[in-house]
Design a protein around this ligand. Structure first.
Ligand SMILES: Cc1cc2nc3c(=O)[nH]c(=O)nc-3n(C[C@H](O)[C@H](O)[C@H](O)COP(=O)(O)O)c2cc1C
Length: 336
């Protein structure tokens, strides 16, 4: 399948693995890129720019296909040394960067001068238009369903994607709630040129996380995510667990007086506890509603191959079948 996204990034399939803290290591990024998608290393999971340089080199040893690095600009007590992270990306020969959080505007000149293509993740049409204006090559349009930070507008992808299609000139991928062939075809129908998946890629054999995490994803349903930190205007969609229950209780008590310090225990340093140790009650970690569509742990290649085969089947049989009048009664079960 060829779309504006496969052509822009030089990849075989229009499927991107979004940056994920403590998940987006070289193993997963290389597996996604080797399977024909675009794998992305999460820059800030590497504690220093030197460690990121090593991670990029490790990924290059595992794949000769294009891969990218995620740079997340979120509020933090001490800002990471972004220019040095960008230098590591540039010197490591990476030519694709996924930015997220605050606008990457101040870093665009250095990224563009280095010949790096930038895809910025946005949760609204206005932010997508801003990304286009400052020179981003593509946008990842992240609906309210998404795992991680859905922003504060709460617009799901059934509305957000066609709105983005009506306004944007640069290509965009659908992000949030994407899991299978049906997601991909629906995203394409709504004007996207591909899809970005986070949560779904964690439940794969290659994802370098504790088996408890994959088990939790298979067991959870679409009813099991919660929104936290709304009062701080830093909303995050996470998987419900004991730590998250405590967090929500504190949020109820403090209401609009909530400060980040009140929930420090439930949000800070949680990722290594969950992803490395497998402590599933440690606190808030990002997870999308799409968890309700996850019921197995395939290899990345199996996942991507069945998405692409299923998408072809839906387009060629189900959709054209409607036009020909011979598909009217058939349901489309999980082909992926
Ligand atoms: C465990 C986890 C960690 C994430 N960490 C980051 C991150 O560090 N930076 C970022 O830009 N997005 C992060 N995301 C968001 C994903 O890149 C992606 O946009 C999102 O998961 C898409 O929604 P989905 O989970 O419904 O597929 C994270 C998502 C998950 C599930």
């Amino acid at each position: 399948m060829k779309t504006a996204i496969t052509e822009l990034f030089g990849i075989q399939h229009p499927i991107i693995q979004g940056g994920m803290h403590y998940v987006g290591f070289a193993e997963l990024a290389a597996a996604v890129s080797n399977a024909g998608g675009l794998g992305i290393i999460t820059g800030l999971t590497q504690k220093t720019p030197e460690l990121l340089a090593k991670e990029i080199a490790r990924c290059r040893d595992m794949t000769d296909k294009p891969f990218g690095v995620n740079l997340t600009f979120l509020p933090s007590f001490t800002a990471p040394p972004y220019p040095e992270y960008i230098a590591a990306i540039k010197e490591g020969g990476v030519r694709i960067v996924e930015t997220a959080g605050r606008s990457p505007e101040q870093y665009m000149p250095v990224l563009k001068t280095a010949g790096i293509k930038v895809i910025h993740k946005c949760t609204s049409v206005r932010h997508s238009l801003k990304a286009e204006k400052i020179g981003c090559d593509a946008v990842s349009v992240d609906g309210f369903e998404c795992g991680g930070h859905p922003g504060e507008d709460d617009i799901p992808n059934m509305i957000l994607l066609p709105r983005a299609a009506d306004e944007l000139k640069v290509p965009f991928v659908a992000s949030g709630g994407m899991a299978d062939a049906r997601s991909l075809v629906a995203a394409l129908a709504m004007g996207a040129a591909g899809m970005n998946m986070g949560t779904r890629f964690i439940a794969t054999k290659e994802a370098p996380v504790h088996p408890n995490v994959k088990k939790a994803l298979v067991e959870a349903t679409e009813l099991d995510t919660r929104l936290v930190m709304r009062a701080l205007r830093n909303t995050e969609r996470v998987l419900k667990n004991k730590g998250v229950d405590q967090l929500l209780e504190i949020e109820r008590e403090k209401a609009n007086t909530l400060k980040i310090q009140d929930i420090q225990e439930q949000v800070a340093g949680v990722y290594p506890k969950v992803m490395v140790v497998g402590d599933m009650d440690a606190g808030a970690w990002s997870c999308g509603m799409v968890v309700g569509l996850i019921s197995d742990i395939p290899t990345v290649k199996e996942l991507i191959d069945r998405i692409m085969a299923g998408a072809e089947q839906i387009i060629r049989q189900r959709l054209t079948g409607f036009l020909d009048g011979d598909e009217a009664q058939k349901p489309v079960r999980a082909v992926a």
